[in-house]
Write a new protein. Structure first.
Length: 505
């Protein structure tokens, strides 16, 4: 083992800077465009019916192609996939920035999703194969986890600044310098360990079934939000998703070189991590959605002020990830970080269920955000590390893609599910209190109270989902600490698999 450590890539910490920068760009893009959407809609004359496609086109391409992107990274090499993803994402962003009609903007968003699906798993799998020593891996994943968790909130702030002081188009153009710096750094600094590629042929039936199944699932939740859960197209999409994904599992269990080797997800710890992360993201995206609306509509915050309001949550995530998760990951089992982390985050949501029109930011919203960030940061870092820990080098890309897939699907479910819950609760409240609204002032008060009731109900649901995520982490994740002899079942074999590419290099 000492020989292995001595032969670790001496430039791996510099490589982390550029890997993290690329990850930040992808995560930012999940929320930065949301703030700019009203301005883009007015400028390009996008109809209300097509407005959602600015978000959905990216989500469908990204979520549907993640497994394919992860497998391509294993096949082509992570560095090559990383560079292609960066260049493609930058080109797609430039097209979005110069878009002069709805079709061009939607096409650019879909193209961003395609290259993002290649870039995101390549970035995480590079981290997994570059950092194999336990303590270094903890530090590296602490930084990466903080960026993955806090990037979405930073996107809200950056989107507000760019939209308010420059132009909505800069929410696209800002990706170009990010991509240029990350690509230049990757060319000169990143060196992928030898022997870590998967030379097997691409599983074309698996690609088609997984992509169509995931697209149907993500789009089904999108249509549920707009058309309702009982609508024919919503039910049809969910049925199609179940059939396609069931066929995908059947194919993967029989083909020689599967797109997603079932050993990756059937591992108790990795499966537990994917499930817990997906559920946790439902709660986090629900918070972004409703708190952004509350701060701007009810409190009258500007986009920039709204973004600033989320920064304490980002600070909490960075602290939880780098100062708690990274320091304890090699000392305690992952479940003792993930379980309590999600529990602390749920307490933050519990505080926010008390939101009212007159709630104080420092008295109620701030402590809720800080606890949410601290808990999620503490849980995210060991979860992302464990999801790729001990996986065979040839499967690192697809294991990384599963992390992103669980988060992407969780985000789609969270937006649709909690929006529906809020809308139903708002309508029910308004219906039961409509008799008391007899004056214009009382009608306005009823609308506000109904909206706050809907928001509170949705946050209660998010609180319950995070409790479930915590319970799953405590019960399903049973690996020991990530380092040394206690790192969990099969860890000696995993350590050997991690060492092989380094020693070969």
């Amino acid at each position: 083992m000492p020989d292995t450590v001595r032969q670790l890539d001496p430039r791996r910490w510099k490589a982390l800077i550029f890997i993290a920068l690329a990850q930040l760009m992808v995560v930012l893009d999940a929320t930065i465009v949301n703030i700019a959407l009203p301005s883009a809609q007015a400028d390009l004359g996008i109809s209300d019916g097509n407005r959602q496609w600015v978000i959905t086109a990216y989500a469908l391409a990204f979520g549907g192609l993640l497994l394919f992107g992860g497998r391509v990274a294993d096949l082509w090499g992570r560095k090559r996939a990383f560079l292609i993803g960066l260049v493609g994402f930058a080109i797609a962003s430039a097209l979005g920035g110069i878009a002069n009609n709805t079709g061009m903007l939607l096409g650019a968003r879909a193209l961003q999703g395609i290259f993002g699906a290649l870039l995101a798993p390549a970035a995480l799998s590079l981290l997994a194969v570059l950092f194999t020593e336990a303590k270094e891996r903890a530090k590296a994943f602490g930084i990466f986890g903080a960026i993955a968790g806090g990037g979405a909130a930073i996107g809200l702030f950056l989107g507000g600044v760019l939209t308010e002081y420059l132009d909505w188009r800069w929410t696209f153009f800002v990706n170009i310098p990010f991509a240029a710096v990350a690509a230049a750094g990757a060319i000169f600094v990143i060196r992928e360990p030898a022997g870590s590629r998967n030379p097997s042929k691409l599983d074309i039936p698996g690609v088609i079934l997984a992509s169509l199944g995931l697209v149907s699932l993500v789009y089904g939740f999108t249509r549920a939000e707009s058309d309702g859960w009982g609508a024919g197209i919503t039910v049809g999409l969910f049925v199609a998703a179940v059939v396609l994904l069931a066929a995908f599992v059947t194919v993967e269990s029989r083909v020689k070189s599967p797109l997603l080797p079932l050993r990756v997800v059937l591992d108790r710890n990795r499966g537990g991590v994917y499930l817990a992360l997906g559920l946790a993201v439902i709660g986090m995206f629900g918070l972004f959605l409703f708190l952004t609306y509350y701060l701007q509509v009810v409190k009258g915050y500007t986009p920039v002020t709204t973004g600033l309001a989320f920064l304490p949550m980002v600070a909490g995530m960075i602290t939880g990830s780098t100062q708690i998760g990274a320091r304890l990951m090699t000392r305690v089992p992952a479940r003792l970080l993930m379980g309590p982390g999600f529990l602390v985050a749920s307490i933050g949501l519990l505080i926010l269920t008390q939101l009212s029109a007159g709630s104080s930011y420092p008295g109620l919203i701030l402590p809720g955000l800080v606890l949410m960030g601290l808990g999620m940061g503490t849980a995210f870092m060991p979860a992302m590390s464990l999801a790729t820990h001990g996986v065979q080098a040839r499967d690192a890309g697809v294991a990384s893609a599963m992390v992103n897939t669980s988060q992407q699907v969780g985000g789609a479910i969270g937006t649709a599910l909690l929006n529906t819950v809020a809308a139903s609760a708002t309508t029910a409240y308004a219906t039961s209190h409509v008799a008391s609204a007899t004056t214009p002032a009382s009608v306005q008060a009823l609308k506000l109270n109904a909206m706050m009731h809907g928001t509170s109900t949705a946050i209660w649901w998010a609180f319950g989902i995070l409790l479930l995520s915590s319970a799953i982490a405590f019960t399903l994740v049973n690996a020991g600490r990530q380092g040394g002899a206690q790192a969990g079942s099969g860890d000696g074999e995993a350590a050997l698999e991690d060492a092989i590419p380094v020693m070969a290099h």
